[in-house]
Design a protein around this ligand. Sequence first.
Ligand code: IMP
Length: 193
Amino acid sequence: MLPVLYLATQNKHKVEELSALLQDNFVIRDLSTLSLSEEIPETGNTLEENSLQKARYIAEKFQVTCLADDSGLEVEALDGAPGVFSARYAGEPKNDQANLHLLLTNLSGITNRRARFVTVLTYYANGSYTSFEGEIQGNIVEVPRGTQGFGYDPIFQPENETRTFAEMSLAEKNLIAHRARALEKFKNYLDKT
Ligand code: IMP
């Protein structure tokens, strides 16, 4: 029987992405099966800190094995912004459309459109943890394209691609995306332990 792994995220898209990639290794459960009434604290200054904070919080509170991820979009011409603040770039409440439009506004007239998505995954089991990083390089397009995915997907065009993430199916995105790459490292680690 496969072991149970809890995903420390409230984001349905991430649960879908991660479940598709981990279904051979674990029985995946999301937070809806735990009695969690509060938001998971996320007060770190880096993706690494937040990822660990989320994994540790759920693992210790419920005594379960947990995988957390923290991701962000880093834009070269904006000195790495929005980075760890990607989810709330345009302020509260969290709004994907507002974030994306603020980013386009802040990049207007700037020719360097280079950016990367980064994910840090933290696997927390039996009181210890290991982290895995994945990234994908690309460019921010001028005008949003596509309806798939979430967040900044309509304005992120991966390197060597003509479509944005939002113009790809989930399966196509999962072949190259930051979370999938971090997950590959995690799966290699599982194979070795
Ligand atoms: P989180 O803190 O890991 O939930 O991610 C922070 C924010 O980064 C999300 O709210 C999205 O705006 C953005 N983000 C992370 N991963 C992706 C992705 O795969 N596509 C588009 N946006 C993403």
